[in-house]
Design a binder for this molecule. Structure first.
Ligand SMILES: *Cc1c(COP(=O)(O)O)cnc(C)c1O
Length: 240
């Protein structure tokens, strides 16, 4: 069902936030977890001003974006009035955009190669900003998908710390679309545990409850909050 005027679109977005928050709460409680230990990241890629403002009106402050430029368009002006805004980059990052990403984002979830670690370290030194970092793991070892391979994750995390002086706070994954996500969530949790990492960004509109059961601290939800996207997002999962 598509809302036809901005006011009803805003109220349906508010209702969806309500619903998703309730389901997160229930999933956490069912897993014996503190509901406050799960953060909802609203994925605002491709959304227009009305949708962003509706989300802000619904009290949402943590947003995920796939592309640096689109994130700047969405948030650069708005953030001045929003001291508690948290912007998380969840799409692949080209090294030549590392500085812009460091300047805008509070968290970069998609660190997955040494060259990017080195570009981020340089950008942090230059700008004095230090966004928190997650390593993206390609849990399904899909050739078209970004992320370090599960077998390489421990060595990569150590190298980023030792060679580039960067602190990794957690891990992120996007399971294969055509498989049950639970084993991928479990694998990510296991890699995090053995590396002493606290943050797990996993779960999207279709599977965030399963992700919470597996220990997600951050779920990235787009279409369940904003409705179906107009533009196809699939290519943004690749490293371009
Ligand atoms: C688009 C996107 C999401 C949100 O997907 P939905 O299925 O709309 O919830 C989550 N994570 C990443 C990395 C994305 O690109």
């Amino acid at each position: 069902m598509t809302a036809t005027n901005p006011a009803s679109a805003a109220s349906s977005i508010a209702e969806r936030f309500e619903q998703v928050r309730r389901r997160i709460h229930e999933a956490a409680a069912a897993a014996g977890r503190d509901p406050a230990s799960v953060v909802l990241t609203a994925v605002s890629k491709t959304q227009g001003d009305a949708a962003l403002d509706a989300a802000l009106s619904a009290g949402q402050r943590v947003f995920g974006e796939n592309r640096v430029q689109e994130a700047q368009a969405h948030w650069s002006a708005r953030r001045a009035a929003l001291p508690d805004l948290e912007l998380r980059l969840i799409g692949p990052l080209q090294t030549n955009k590392a500085q812009e990403a460091v300047e805008l984002f509070d968290v970069i979830e998609t660190l997955d190669r040494p060259r990017l670690a080195s570009a981020l370290a340089a950008a942090m030194t230059k700008t004095g900003r230090r966004p928190r970092l997650l390593v993206q793991v390609n849990t399904g070892a899909e050739p078209q998908k970004a992320g370090v391979l599960p077998d390489d994750a421990d060595a990569f995390i150590a190298a980023v710390r030792d060679d580039h002086g960067l602190t990794i706070e957690g891990l992120m994954c996007i399971p294969p679309a055509d498989e049950g996500p639970a084993p991928h969530f479990a694998l990510l949790a296991q890699i995090a545990r053995r590396n002493g990492l606290r943050v797990l960004s996993m779960g999207m509109s279709g599977d965030y409850e399963a992700a919470i059961a597996a220990g997600a601290t951050h779920v990235r939800v787009g279409s369940a909050l904003f409705g179906e996207r107009n533009m196809a997002p699939a290519t943004s999962w690749k490293t371009i």
